[in-house]
Design a protein around this ligand. Structure first.
Ligand code: CP
Length: 303
């Protein structure tokens, strides 16, 4: 297995690396004390808001016996405001920490950081680009529920244009599994052509479909929030918002053994009144982020 230097995009993960990572995550889940990295320091550099990704990375490092340094609003509270380049920031932070998790508002920022960094860089979300560690924990969660992913129908619903989580998940699913993918999005938020072309090149069937039909067909439904913050014009956001919702009125459409994921945060697209349904596994999915990120940090720092 090739040593992992950085974690920047989903396409860099081969099957051996994925299998190893997920085995390690499961071992860590069973016994959190099994793998430790005492003395190691994680820097979290977040130029965009986050609850799950930043805190689960920090929890992961603390549970590995390491330490954390952090700037949670780097766009305003780091020397970014004084005009410091991302490259200079990374060169400096490389002297303070052993690994960096970075969330940035620009597509490609994590790749730029990795190109000049002497320590591992983890992409914790780069604008509307990718969110590979979310895709890893999503896939880990799906695999935990289905013995064989081949033949499954996965519906991705919501903001597929700006949704970096669905982009990253398509790269992973499309490369390793013979799944059927359904995209459900308002036209203004349709999945981008590069992902459709990627699925075509891997002979993965995909369709665009209406919500109700997709929910009836899908084994795995991946709901997403329409990302208001990425729209330049609010009239376009209004055209995309509040179109799809899983609630007590639509719950009956789901297959008995379906699962519903969401990277969170959610808005109206999943009503809290359905949280009790065992098919709604988004909180379990968020928890899995800690085990997968612990395993990833361990692999990046220890090989
Ligand atoms: N899923 C996710 O990326 O959530 P946060 O924005 O809270 O990190």
């Amino acid at each position: 297995m090739k040593k992992l230097e950085h974690a920047i995009e989903s396409q860099q993960f081969d099957k051996d690396t994925l299998d190893y990572l997920f085995r390690l995550a499961s071992e860590i889940k069973d016994d959190r004390t099994k793998y430790q990295l005492p003395g190691k320091i994680l820097a979290t550099l977040f130029y965009e808001p986050s609850t799950r990704t930043r805190l689960s990375f920090e929890s992961a490092m603390l549970q590995l016996g390491g330490q954390v340094i952090s700037t949670e609003n780097a766009k305003e509270f780091s020397s970014n405001t004084k005009g410091e380049s991302l490259e200079d920031t990374i060169k400096v932070v490389s002297g303070y920490a052993d690994i960096v998790a970075i969330r940035h508002f620009e597509i490609g920022a994590a790749k730029r950081a990795a190109s000049i960094s002497s320590i591992p860089i983890v992409n914790a979300g780069d604008g509307a680009g990718q969110h590979p560690t979310q895709a890893l924990l999503d896939l880990y969660t799906i695999q935990d529920h289905f013995e064989d992913l081949n033949g499954l129908t996965v519906a991705m619903v919501g903001d597929l244009k700006y949704g970096r989580t669905t982009r990253s998940l398509c790269y992973l699913l499309g490369r390793f599994f013979k799944v059927n993918i359904i995209f459900v999005a308002p036209p203004i938020c349709a999945m981008a052509d590069d992902i459709k072309a990627y699925l075509d090149s891997n002979s993965i069937p995909w369709k665009e479909m209406d919500f109700e039909h997709a929910v009836e067909l899908a084994d795995c439904i991946y709901m997403t929030r329409v990302q208001k913050e990425r729209f330049l014009h609010m009239e376009n956001y209004s055209k995309a918002a509040d179109k799809y919702r899983i609630d007590l009125d639509t719950l009956h459409l789901l297959k008995d053994n379906a699962i519903v994921l969401h990277p969170l945060p959610r808005e109206q697209e999943i009503s809290p009144e359905v949280d009790h349904d065992p098919r709604m596994i988004y909180f379990e999915q968020a928890q899995n982020g800690v085990w997968v990120r612990m395993a990833l940090i361990k692999m990046l720092l220890d090989g």
